[in-house]
Write a protein that binds this ligand. Structure first.
Ligand code: NAD
Ligand code: DAU
Length: 341
């Protein structure tokens, strides 16, 4: 494993992963293959391009484009694909499910075909804890049934299962990780922590869906990257590994931490109409990954505080996004009526 193709590497987790891997493994090189949707940004990688010239290359492309995927894998001598590329926001999957099926299911198939055709050493699929569906009690283990409830999680489940099917059917060397909610630098401010942090910095309302008692496991993005790295190097083929802190908190608790970190008042909290089909709780059992020697280095609270501080110190990154027409249109559609009523 020397020449990695990181699909979706210009997004939030992908760009953190690329930086982490290039820093840790001086003999690895990485081709980032990314369509640059609204969520993919070369700014996320601008320091990488400068620091790792010669070991880093960017190719703009769609994972659904079989010809370009095949060409890139062959031309660059890729031996490993790590697939982060996806449509990732649950609220957008309720507006436009088709894009999720296309990228998260069909796109995964295209990459698996390339891995099979060119006999790659490894195909790693980045999955999500959302595929288990809401878990009201106990914690999800890797062998549990998949019960996705949103178009996003249903599409991601399709991608996971397709990857595992390639292992079963053709012995393709596949591994899968399923992560809980990530927070950290470069997360597009549609996801709740960066949205709330940047709204609070501007003294704008924080739209809490429903009663705010839904529970999520917020993990720091680098902890997640370390888990993926470990599975790549020590995981068993054909196996799935959960990655998260193994603890969770309510959205109201998360919101309090955001406000306290920035010294902002609780009056910014506004309860708004709930997300359709909102999953009440996700909770992961992470003992399988811990058995490989992995541990999370940040609690949910530490991860959120560190993230909020990054947004406070990096307005250069998020102000142009939030000020842009695309973002404003999305914000109006998602929150216009909610905040007005
Ligand atoms: P993101 O939305 O920040 O980034 C997604 C990236 O994929 C972007 O760079 C985008 O341009 C690219 N992309 C989208 N469609 C593409 C296509 N058709 N072809 C090529 N590139 C395309 O997402 P993220 O939060 O970094 O998530 C990365 C992966 O991790 C996803 O697979 C997601 O399902 C999974 N995941 C995310 C979280 C989380 O909390 N963010 C948790 C668990 C798993
Ligand atoms: O669990 C892993 C998943 O985490 C990833 O697979 C997804 O890609 C990622 O988007 C995330 O999904 P969530 O739906 O959990 O994240 P989001 O940030 O959208 O919402 C987190 C919680 O906050 C959820 O309970 C909904 C709530 N929320 C969200 C937004 C955007 C609000 O109350 N108000 C909001 O405005």
């Amino acid at each position: 494993m020397r020449k990695l193709m990181v699909t979706g590497g210009a997004g939030f987790i992908g760009s953190n992963f690329v930086r982490y891997m290039l820093e840790k493994y001086p003999d690895y090189s990485i081709v980032v293959y990314d369509k640059l949707t609204y969520a993919g940004r070369l700014e996320n990688l601008q320091d990488v391009a400068a620091r790792f010239a010669g070991r880093y290359k960017f190719v703009r492309g769609d994972i659904c484009d079989m010809e370009l995927v095949d060409q890139t894998v062959q031309r660059e001598g890729v031996d490993t694909i790590i697939n982060f590329a996806a449509e990732t926001h649950v609220d957008r999957s309720l507006m436009d499910p088709g894009a999720f099926i296309q990228t998260d299911v069909y796109g995964t198939f295209v990459l698996l075909e390339a891995a099979k055709k060119f006999k790659l050493e490894r195909y790693h699929q980045i999955g999500t804890d959302e595929v288990y569906g809401q878990v009201l009690k106990s914690r999800s283990q890797e062998q549990d049934n998949l019960e996705p409830r949103s178009p996003y999680s249903a599409s991601k489940a399709g991608g996971d299962l397709m990857a595992l099917a390639y292992y079963e059917s053709w012995g393709l060397p596949v591994t899968v990780t399923r992560g809980s909610n990530n927070v950290g630098p470069y997360q597009y401010p549609e996801k709740v922590v960066p949205l709330f942090a940047t709204n609070a910095l501007d003294n704008e309302p924080l739209p809490v869906y429903g009663d705010g008692l839904q529970m999520r496991d917020y993990q720091y993005v680098i902890d997640h990257c370390e888990g993926i790295d470990l599975v790549l190097h020590q995981g068993e083929l054909g196996e799935v590994y959960n990655v998260g802190t193994g603890a969770e908190m309510t959205n109201l608790e998360m919101t309090q931490i955001v406000l306290e970190t920035l010294g902002k008042p609780e009056s910014l909290i506004q309860h708004v109409a709930d997300r359709a089909g909102h999953d009440r709780r996700y909770a992961l059992d992470v003992s399988k990954l811990r058995a490989l020697g992995w541990e999370s280095h940040h609690s949910c609270a530490e991860a959120i505080i560190k993230t909020v501080r990054w947004y406070a110190e990096n307005e250069w990154w998020w102000r142009p996004i939030k000020g842009g027409e695309l973002y404003q249109e999305y914000y109006q559609e998602q929150y216009g009526k909610r905040l007005a009523s």
